[in-house]
Design a protein around this ligand. Structure first.
Ligand SMILES: Nc1ncnc2c1ncn2[C@@H]1O[C@H](COP(=O)(O)OP(=O)(O)OP(=O)(O)O)[C@@H](O)[C@H]1O
Length: 829
């Protein structure tokens, strides 16, 4: 231990040195300088790579307090290497490796070697530390002939993994470099360049594996990805916050994280759609409908338009415009880019009409105008406001926002029912509008004329600024030079070397944004790699958008079709991918649940088994002492409470259990009240029940360091009311997951995990939402309900009053009545 501590001290000292060096280099790379990497492509690339590496090193340093070095490999041939979160070399002439990056090939045996296939290893050491202090060593002997013992050999090779899985949660996902499992390592380092689908049930490590794959790719393809960046798409901002520290802690910063609704630069999708509207907007048919809308805007006059110019009336008839339209369409360019072709043809025709009239020979001879006269005429026709107005009416310049807003206000080319579902006049953009906007932008073509005009104006400003700089430089020539009035001096100033234009262009090259920042502002950015989490939720239209951002189809898709909640979610990988990559994609399944203890997983699986008896959940690696519990509150609609030994069935599904629980709840409950009054009673009872259970569970949480997190997961409509009774809780569109208690709806809870989860009123969840909610807990699960439990939920639950020891299981039951006049009956112990 002492020697490892000494090594750790050396490592941190070296890290400090490197940090200072990296800070200096980063500052230099980011400081505009006449001598800096000029405008060449190669120079910019080198700068991007340098900035990515140095920022990464700094990011890693800042999180380096967590296990900078976590492993050691002693090979049979005498080689001995430490493995760490980032690689570092000594400051000697040979730059000897001090610690090997976990992603290096040399580090692989750390994850893959077994007694059966030792990969040349004698022993493997896990080093656990807190801050900079080594706290534990754990050695595995892989060469069975090796008799030497260190005193740190343990019997249980999974001890380090299990201790990490059992640790209190902090509201932020951590990296798992110390405990990557062999099946995960194969995915992380897969050489596959195209689309890889990682599928697995809840808690199987899909997200964390995908993030480590990103870190691996950023390491293995450093140059490409520093330039093209990696995009990570997650379901909501809270989720992105939750996973946001993993890559920086691994020294990787060249990543853009976004929800699907954030992928159209300049648009903030703050609105929400009904599930029906989101589903309709997500269908592939929308692409056809929008394309048809664009064609609708390429109109014909009926039967003719009179263009009144200074030189008299000109006539645009339908045949003539149809020809111009045909020509423009045949360019196959997007609408805005084909517009000049249309406009030229129309202007040509009008010019010909005018020339015929003006140059007509009164004696019947050939037209009196020469080619130059006609060209001149063409210029004045093109400039005539009436002509421009006519062209605008027949083939208008369109923006994606205008096109989609008009389409939503009057959804044509759709069935009446679909149109009714999405019809909307004004209002904020929604996430489901974003793929429509992107589609529209593709159909219309980038109308970058405004952007180019802006750029030119900015460039002019830069030129003026540069001229000012040069003037200053000239004006600040030393007195000595001025005295000598020596314009031919060999000592040159900036004003001698460069003119304002070139100086301005050079400062333009010094775009200090990282590739990820530039990508965020550019709709047409082609990412080096894209990771999509909860991929099963994305609609076909969202896939069209993402595939445009990934022309190389280098993607990792992560998901679980059983957790599909969005009605528009594509669900099947074949359906998602066939249009883009055919069957050329790799499908990998993960089968071990690292998050949810088996007792909790059994309860959750019951819910899915009720609809699909063949359903098989992932195998939980952990068990727990804590039995999932249920607390039935009496809220005026059929509610009962049951505890203790229970066998039987109720109207909502089977409730079975055996054992000797200590029952305290009333055996029966009687519904009273009607309508809203009863609903109010239910809400109040539920809130009281949740507050009571949260108080107890929060007290059981975590440790002195303030770790350990609790989530109440309840249908969206109930979130605000429940949060109001829990003053310490965070809730809302962007809940703070680092707070000890949060209240979330099931969609917000997707992908997250907490030590303790309380699911409130499960009868109001959809099946897959309920499955997601029930599988978020790493330690304890509780259910609070007034309405009868949904089918499949019940077995495996014990009374909330005796969760630790009661073996009995049971639940309230009773007919649920929309008017609150149900009669509850509990099967009591
Ligand atoms: N090898 C490992 N070592 C330590 N922890 C691990 C390992 N693999 C997975 N975990 C942990 O298991 C938990 C679940 O992982 P993750 O969130 O990636 O699962 P998931 O498959 O994405 O789940 P879901 O579909 O439910 O969102 C996380 O806390 C993760 O850190």
């Amino acid at each position: 231990m002492k020697r490892e501590q000494e090594f750790m001290d050396v490592l941190y000292a070296r890290l400090e040195e490197l940090r200072e060096q990296a800070e200096g280099e980063l500052r230099a790379a980011l400081t505009p300088s006449g001598e800096g990497p000029g405008g060449t492509y190669q120079a910019r690339l080198e700068r991007d790579v340098l900035v990515a590496e140095r920022s990464g090193l700094l990011a890693a340093f800042n999180s380096g307090e967590r296990g900078l070095c976590f492993g050691r490999l002693v090979f049979q041939d005498g080689r001995d290497h430490h493995i760490g979160r980032i690689g570092m070399r000594r400051d000697d002439p040979d730059r000897t490796p001090l610690v090997i990056d976990w992603r290096a090939e040399l580090a692989r045996p750390f994850y893959l070697a077994t007694g059966h296939t030792p990969m040349g290893l004698r022993r493997r050491r896990h080093i656990t530390s807190e801050g900079r202090t080594v706290t534990a060593l754990h050695d595995e002997i892989l060469d069975l002939t090796d008799r030497e013992r260190t005193g740190h050999e343990g019997t249980d090779a999974d001890a380090v993994l299990l201790s990490s899985l059992g640790a209190a949660r902090t509201g932020r996902m951590h990296d798992i470099v110390q405990t990557i499992q062999a099946e995960q390592d194969r995915i992380i380092r897969a050489p596959h360049q195209g689309v890889m689908v990682v599928e697995g049930g809840p808690g199987t490590g899909k997200t964390v594996v995908a993030l480590h794959r990103a870190a691996y790719l950023l390491y293995a393809q450093r140059e490409l990805l520093a330039r093209r960046a990696v995009l990570i798409v997650g379901p909501n901002p809270a989720f992105l916050g939750y996973i946001g520290e993993v890559l920086p802690s691994l020294g990787e910063t060249g990543v853009l994280m976004a929800t699907p609704g954030e992928l159209f630069p300049g648009v903030r999708a703050t609105g929400t759609d009904t599930p029906e509207a989101a589903e309709v907007k997500g269908r592939t048919e929308m692409a056809g409908a929008l394309a048809a809308c664009v064609r609708d805007r390429q109109t014909l006059p009926e039967p003719a338009t009179v263009v009144a110019t200074e030189d008299g009336d000109l006539l645009l008839d339908a045949d003539l415009v149809a020809l111009a339209r045909q020509e423009a369409r045949e360019t196959r360019l997007p609408h805005n880019l084909a517009r000049p072709t249309f406009a030229f043809r129309v202007i040509d025709e009008l010019t010909a009409q005018l020339a015929d009239r003006i140059g007509a020979d009164p004696y019947g001879g050939p037209n009196l105008l020469g080619a130059d006269d006609i060209a001149q005429l063409g210029v004045s026709v093109a400039a005539a406001p009436e002509v421009r107005a006519a062209i605008d009416a027949l083939w208008p310049q369109l923006t994606p926002e205008r096109l989609v807003a008009d389409f939503l206000a009057d959804p044509v080319h759709l069935s009446e029912a679909d149109a009714a579902a999405i019809r909307r006049e004004g209002g904020p953009w929604t996430p489901a509008d974003v793929p429509l906007l992107d589609e529209a932008a593709e159909l219309l073509g980038e109308d970058d004329s405004a952007a180019r005009a802006r750029e030119e104006a900015e460039r002019q400003q830069r030129v003026e600024y540069a001229q000012g700089v040069l003037d200053l430089s000239y004006g600040s020539r030393t007195q000595e030079f001025e005295d000598r009035d020596d314009e031919d001096s060999e000592v040159l100033g900036a004003h001698d070397l460069i003119d304002a234009e070139r100086l301005a262009d050079r400062s333009e090259e010094a775009d200090h944004r990282s590739a990820a920042e530039r990508a965020a502002a550019d709709r047409t950015w082609a990412f080096g790699h894209i990771i999509v989490d909860e991929a099963q939720e994305l609609s076909p239209m969202a896939w069209r958008l993402l595939m445009r951002r990934s022309p190389t189809r280098s993607m990792t898709l992560v998901g679980d079709p059983a957790q599909t909640a969005e009605p528009g979610g594509t669900g099947s990988w074949e359906r998602i991918l066939a249009p883009y990559v055919g069957d050329r994609w790799e499908h990998i399944r993960l089968g071990v649940n690292y998050r949810t203890p088996s007792q909790i997983m059994d309860v959750a699986a019951g819910v899915l088994r009720a609809v699909d008896p063949a359903f098989r959940p992932p195998r939980s690696i952990r068990t727990t002492e804590n039995r999932p519990w249920v607390h039935t509150v009496d809220g005026g609609i059929g509610a009962g409470s049951a505890t203790g030994t229970t066998t039987g069935t109720d109207g909502a599904g089977s409730v079975t259990g055996a054992g000797a629980g200590v029952g305290t709840g009333p055996g029966t409950g009687t519904g009273t009240g009607t309508g809203t009054e009863a609903a109010r009673d239910t809400a109040a009872a539920l809130a009281a029940g949740v507050a009571e259970t949260v108080a107890r569970e929060a007290a059981l949480l975590g440790d002195a360091a303030g770790e350990g997190r609790l989530a109440v997961i309840t249908p969206r409509e109930r979130v605000a009311a429940l949060a109001a009774t829990l003053p310490e809780a965070s809730a809302g569109p962007r809940p703070d997951l680092t707070r000890p208690v949060v209240v979330l709806d099931p969609r917000q809870a997707k992908g997250l995990e907490f030590d303790t989860v309380i699911v409130a009123e499960p009868a109001e969840f959809g099946v897959s939402d309920l499955y997601v909610a029930l599988t978020r807990a790493t330690q304890r699960l509780g259910i609070v309900h007034a309405a009868p439990l949904p089918t499949g939920l019940g077995p495996g639950l014990t009374s909330w009053t005796d969760p630790g020891t009661g073996d009995g299981s049971g639940s309230g039951s009773g007919a649920r009545n929309g008017h609150g006049a149900g009669v509850g009956s509990g099967a009591g112990g």
